[in-house]
Write a protein that binds this ligand. Structure first.
Ligand code: RB5
Length: 153
């Protein structure tokens, strides 16, 4: 399967998403398609479903702060979403965390930094080694979460 790059946003990320889609013609746009208010988890889930169809797929999510999209995406097993405030962090979430979803804060990032961050997402590979072990620990079942369960939604 060909590597695909998906993008989705809520209403607060729509403006920046539109600019990125104008610049990167190969992005597969999963909506939203206006500034009318929507529930960002719907778009996080739509995008993560597509990203998980192939290991080489990548995604970009945008909401106002990037926080809601990050929370929603990282609850999906197999998704490693990184909230990025600049291009340097975009490079590090690929090299160190093998992120498969880049999350941008639509209300707090300008177009130029967003374009640089997406280019970096596309061009940067994961640096294997010990970092693979860190990532394999996310869902290894060794951590005792029982004290936290009562706070889950
Ligand atoms: C929408 O107003 C805003 O709350 C949302 O885009 C996001 O920032 C949530 O984390």
């Amino acid at each position: 399967m060909d590597k695909k790059l998906y993008i989705a946003s809520d209403h607060a990320g729509f403006a920046l998403k539109s600019k990125l889609c104008d610049f990167f013609k190969s992005l597969v746009d999963l909506g939203t398609n206006s500034e009318e208010s929507v529930d960002y988890p719907d778009f996080a889930h739509k995008l993560t479903n597509e990203v998980l169809k192939d290991n080489s797929n990548l995604g970009i999510l945008i909401c106002g702060t990037g926080v809601g999209m990050s929370m929603a995406a990282n609850r999906v097993k197999g998704i490693r979403a990184g909230l990025v405030s600049n291009n340097e962090i975009a490079r590090l979430i690929r090299q160190h965390n093998n992120a498969n979803v880049l999350v941008l804060p639509g209300r707090f990032m300008d177009e130029e930094e967003a374009i640089k961050s997406v280019k970096t997402l596309i061009e940067t590979e994961f640096e294997d080694g010990t970092r693979e072990r860190f990532i394999s620990r996310f869902n290894d079942g060794k951590t005792e979460y029982s004290l936290l369960r009562s706070f889950e939604l």
